[in-house]
Design a protein around this ligand. Structure first.
Ligand SMILES: [Zn+2]
Length: 359
């Protein structure tokens, strides 16, 4: 047994200071004799969440164990303690045993159309193989399947849905039968519309959302993880395709130009929006605070903090420092609601009840 810790702090989203104790990895609100007082008058966030992250993925596909460890540590360093993996080509479950790695909700491999995604990243199938592949990935993951809903189709020179809508509908139903939720990468208008209508549970990026489908998401409480810091790269993707695929390039620039408006409308409509960085290939690990700052631009500071902490944790089935919950939390001297830059200066990070150090 490790020695018990005591904290006196405002636990967000609350506003009154409370006392909590940490013993044997879990939180209790009952005083523990002999506990060491770590802080008084502090502010605590339930461990941050990266709801779209790829620990174990690099630009060349799956990375080795040490690289995956370093990616995980970079996320933990900024206070991320829960990750929804959004597809990796290798098994990263060894990280569950490691001190400096967040909890990970695994999604198996991305499921993409053959030759229509980043090379070496996805399980690639043709439409006739989609349903079986989704079933396989549903069984491999922790309750999530990741579909690549659209990508550039070189034969049309623009974004296009990866799979026919009817096959996607059947695949989503199979995932649900297997007890898994389905999320889909969607940049353009057509794929996001078809996939929402097909009963998906979550949308990644969502730049092609129109008012009608935003309303549908709000009504069905379909989640949205926009990954705003990745959307900021659309001009780079547009530039890469400009010479050979001018339609695609112009399309990406248009989606980029209206991204804050589109995501802002979803927030306004009551779509549950969560913080995700898309770290893994283009985006480096450890950028969650940048994403929170971007989310604050579209929905305000309290919204952005909830999207990266307590609301996202509830969505993913994690506790928020209730009695007996795993002690996964970040401590700050000041209230991050007053100044988001406080997030860059945690005084303590505690994961599974263990006080982390930077070494
Ligand atoms: Zn991703």
């Amino acid at each position: 047994m490790t020695s018990a810790l005591h904290l006196n702090a405002v636990v967000l989203p609350g506003s009154e200071p409370t006392d909590l104790w940490i013993v044997d990895g879990v939180v209790t609100h009952e005083p523990v004799a002999g506990a060491e007082t770590l802080v008084t008058g502090a502010f605590v966030l339930p461990g941050l969440v990266d709801a779209h992250c790829h620990i174990g993925l690099g630009v060349e596909g799956g990375v080795d164990d040490d690289t995956a460890r370093a990616q995980a540590a970079a996320d933990v360093a900024v206070g991320v303690m829960l990750v929804r993996d959004c597809g990796v080509p290798r098994d990263t479950r060894f990280l569950a045993e490691e001190r400096n790695a967040p909890r990970i909700v695994h999604a198996g491999r991305h499921v993409a159309r053959s030759r229509r995604y980043i090379r070496h990243a996805a399980a690639e199938v043709e439409p006739e193989g989609l349903v079986e592949e989704v079933r396989r990935q549903a069984r491999a993951g922790d309750g999530w399947v990741k579909l690549v809903g659209d990508w550039i189709d070189r034969s049309v020179g623009d974004l296009a849905p990866s799979f026919p809508a009817e096959v996607v509908r059947e695949a989503i139903a199979v995932a649900h039968d297997e007890g898994a939720r389905v999320t889909a990468h969607c940049f353009g208008e057509q794929s996001v519309a078809e996939i929402i209508e097909a009963g998906v549970d979550c949308i990644e990026h969502g730049t092609g959302l129109d008012d009608e489908h935003i309303a549908m998401m709000a009504e069905r409480q379909v989640a949205l993880v926009p990954t705003l810091i990745n959307l900021a790269n659309f001009p780079v993707y547009a530039q890469q395709g400009a010479a050979k695929f001018p339609r695609y390039s112009a399309h990406m620039l248009d989606l980029h130009a209206r991204r804050h408006e589109t995501i802002g409308k979803a927030v306004e409509a009551g779509v549950p929006v969560y913080s995700g960085t898309d770290a893994g290939t283009v985006i480096k690990h450890g950028r969650t605070i940048d994403e929170i700052e971007e989310l604050a631009r579209v929905g305000g500071v309290e919204f952005a903090l909830g999207a990266a902490s307590w609301r996202a944790r509830t969505w993913l089935g994690a506790d928020n420092l209730s009695e007996g919950a795993s002690a996964d939390l970040v401590v700050y001297a000041d209230d991050p609601r007053r100044d988001l830059s406080t997030l860059h200066r945690p005084t303590h990070r505690i994961l599974r009840g263990v006080l982390l150090t930077d070494d």
